[in-house]
Design a protein around this ligand. Structure first.
Ligand code: IMP
Ligand code: MG
Length: 181
């Protein structure tokens, strides 16, 4: 694996992200911060502790990577969602790739009556996006490669790595065999 961002770089990026979000919302009015599970789990824990405003915290689950590195049909699970009606909502995800996940979730949060909806991502992949939505807060711009670690997975593995690494094609194959164990 080739390390793209080490622990120190990631922490500096989260700090930048928090500063930008703080500057936008201020430290007085409550914000409803929602983690897009499961990829944002590590980022989320680091980010919310750095934000200054009062927060309501919730999660929503969306999955599009059905056993591969290519995104497929998106599945959304709202059973653990909290009330967003009339609230200022910040959706937090690990990465903006095609953009379909955050586009769909932003629409859903609006339908549920949120007053405002913004999005924050740790990573923004340099590629052609499939939607007109763009994330409001971005930690890092990265090349169009498949990355794992710091919450991001391949076949549900590697989320626990404290750094972000590029998964090479040979490692993708190796992980596939390994995951059958
Ligand atoms: P999008 O809907 O294509 O923007 O993809 C967003 C979701 O796909 C993210 O929440 C990730 O879970 C997943 N994803 C996209 N690119 C990568 C990657 O390089 N590594 C791991 N997961 C990724
Ligand atoms: Mg995800």
């Amino acid at each position: 694996m080739r390390i793209l961002l080490n622990e120190d770089q990631l922490q500096a990026g989260v700090e930048r992200l928090a500063t930008e979000i703080d500057r936008f919302y201020g430290d007085q009015r409550p914000v409803t911060v929602i983690a897009v599970m499961t990829g944002s789990v590590v980022l989320f824990a680091d980010l919310i502790r750095r934000l200054s405003m009062p927060q309501r915290v919730g999660v929503i689950q969306a999955s599009s990577y059905r056993g591969g590195t290519q995104s497929q049909e998106l599945e959304v699970n709202e059973t653990m969602m909290i009330d967003v009606k009339g609230r200022d909502v910040l959706l937090v995800d690990d990465i903006f790739d095609t953009g379909r996940t955050l586009d769909r979730l932003t629409g859903l949060i609006r339908e549920r009556g949120a007053k405002t909806t913004k999005t924050a991502v740790l990573l923004h992949k340099h590629r052609q996006h499939e939607v007109s939505l763009r994330p409001d807060f971005v930690g890092f711009e990265i090349p169009d490669e498949f990355v794992v670690g710091y919450g991001l997975d391949y076949l549900d593995m590697y989320r626990n790595l404290p750094y972000l690494a590029v998964l090479e094609p040979s490692e993708i194959d190796a992980t596939k065999s390994e995951s059958e164990r």
